[in-house]
Design a protein around this ligand. Structure first.
Ligand SMILES: NC(=O)c1ccc[n+]([C@@H]2O[C@H](COP(=O)([O-])OP(=O)(O)OC[C@H]3O[C@@H](n4cnc5c(N)ncnc54)[C@H](O)[C@@H]3O)[C@@H](O)[C@H]2O)c1
Length: 424
């Protein structure tokens, strides 16, 4: 297949070849125990995931893919150091999609690619491990859930805390009433990031396929402070700190309170610290109200670490006390804040990847199945939409959709580059 082939042509060809060969016609696990993985996006996260997948029993990483070929080459060496053979290096993820021996697509790219690539993975019979947030906007999240269902694929999001034993235990105890009825989950993330400066138009670096990096996002000329990583802070590709690190903590809050969709969302904050190109807030407070007298708050401080505090944390308040989920464990406190119990465990990614592979092999229940994962991702999108419109949002508590606000609902989706629109 030529590199210039567009998405629709590719899908048609893939569907036809799958039909004629009768490939992966149902959701069953692959015939053999061996699970073959292809990793798309090999920055720090994708490289770490590729290595961790290679270390899982019965899993083989056959491909590492990055539009920046130097990055993919390095990832291949890292995986090669822990497995029998180094994975093949490719720069176009469609090489992974078209290989019928690949069972799993791992999406660890920039956020604007997450759902479009994950949907293409499902359509091409791959199970998908998609990094958080699972989508760049709400509509893509809805489409990804539909695609997983339609194609009967296992899709797990990379909010790995869902698989850490002591966090599962702590949240289960909250839900079982250890602090009585839980009504508020407070969360935060702080960091000491520097400025991204003011960028200049520049030539695309050698070895980088910038057109494919942009993919579904309408094309913008290259600028020297967009990548890598800084795309998080531009609305065109990223979702700010809320969609970057907020999603981990907000997911724990939502899980603890058994809250699905909010009925009201408010946001305050802005880009307070530096005068540079960053568009997303560095100082951000968001609150979400749910039916049944429950709320979640999140505070993000990108350029100022909390003094002697935990960088990211969650505290759940109930009628009889509070539970603090911190690192890989939890503490229980009475109503006066006195610690009465503490329990800590392991924090590696291995358990989350293992759960995903068990979902494929034995239909084990996924710890962060995409429908639940999307609900947490949606809260981040709603917080950002409230920020961008400058007002509180009223939402339908049945599906989170924004009520009576056309301008806010316009941010439910985006304009797509031709040929890359996500289609279920
Ligand atoms: N679960 C976690 O704890 C965790 C931790 C860190 C990052 N993440 C998530 O992982 C993702 C990647 O994070 P990162 O820090 O590695 O970012 P990064 O920007 O350093 O890396 C992203 C990589 O994806 C590549 N890429 C972009 N488009 C591509 C395409 N079409 N095909 C192949 N490669 C493509 C880029 O060239 C880049 O190398 C982010 O979405 C982030 O939110 C999750």
């Amino acid at each position: 297949m030529s590199a210039s082939i567009n998405r629709r042509t590719f899908l048609g060809a893939a569907a036809a070849s799958s039909l004629s060969l009768g490939l992966h016609s149902a959701s069953a696990a692959p015939a053999s125990d061996k699970i073959v993985v292809g990793v798309m996006g090999t920055g720090g996260r994708g490289t770490g995931l590729a290595k961790s997948f290679a270390q899982q029993t019965g899993a083989t990483v056959a491909y590492v893919c990055d539009v920046d070929e130097g990055r993919a080459g390095k990832a291949s060496e890292v995986v090669g150091s822990v497995s029998k053979a180094a994975p093949k290096v490719v720069t176009d993820f469609r090489r992974i999609l078209e290989d019928k021996d690949v069972d799993v697509l791992v999406v660890a790219t920039c956020n604007h690619w997450h759902a479009p690539a994950a949907i293409l993975g499902c359509t091409n019979n791959k199970h998908v491990y998609v990094e958080k947030p699972c989508s760049y906007n709400p509509q893509e999240g809805e489409l990804l859930v539909q695609s997983a269902r339609k194609n009967k694929r296992q899709v797990q999001m990379g909010n790995q805390r869902r698989s850490w034993a002591k966090i599962i235990e702590g949240i289960t105890r909250v839900r079982d009433g250890v602090i009585g009825r839980a009504y508020l989950a407070q969360s935060w993330y702080t960091n000491s990031r520097g400025t991204i400066g003011k960028g200049k138009p520049a030539d695309v670096p050698k070895g980088l396929d910038y057109a494919l990096w942009q993919g579904p996002a309408p094309a913008k000329p290259f600028q020297d402070n967009y990548l890598h990583y800084n795309w998080h802070w531009f609305w065109h590709w990223g979702n700010g700190e809320l969609g970057n690190n907020g999603v981990h903590m907000i997911d724990l809050c939502r899980w603890a309170l058994a809250a699905d969709y909010p009925n009201r969302v408010t946001s305050t904050g802005g880009r307070y610290r530096y005068d540079d190109d960053q568009e997303t807030p560095d100082t951000h407070q968001v609150s979400f109200e749910f039916e049944g007298k429950k709320s979640i708050t999140w505070e993000g401080l990108s350029c100022n670490l909390m003094p002697e505090g935990q960088k990211a944390d969650v505290i759940i308040y109930g009628e009889k006390g509070s539970v603090r989920i911190s690192g890989a464990g939890y503490t229980i406190h009475d109503l006066k804040g006195k610690e009465i119990e503490r329990s800590y465990g392991d924090s590696s990614d291995a358990s989350h990847l293992g759960n995903f592979l068990a979902g494929i092999r034995e239909s084990a229940k996924l710890n962060s199945e995409i429908e639940e994962a999307y609900k947490s991702t949606l809260l981040c999108h709603l917080g950002n939409i409230s920020h961008r419109t400058g007002r509180a949002l009223k939402c339908n508590p049945k599906d989170g959709r924004i009520l009576n606000d056309k301008e806010a609902m316009a941010l439910w989706t985006r304009e797509y580059a031709k040929g890359w629109e996500p289609v279920v």
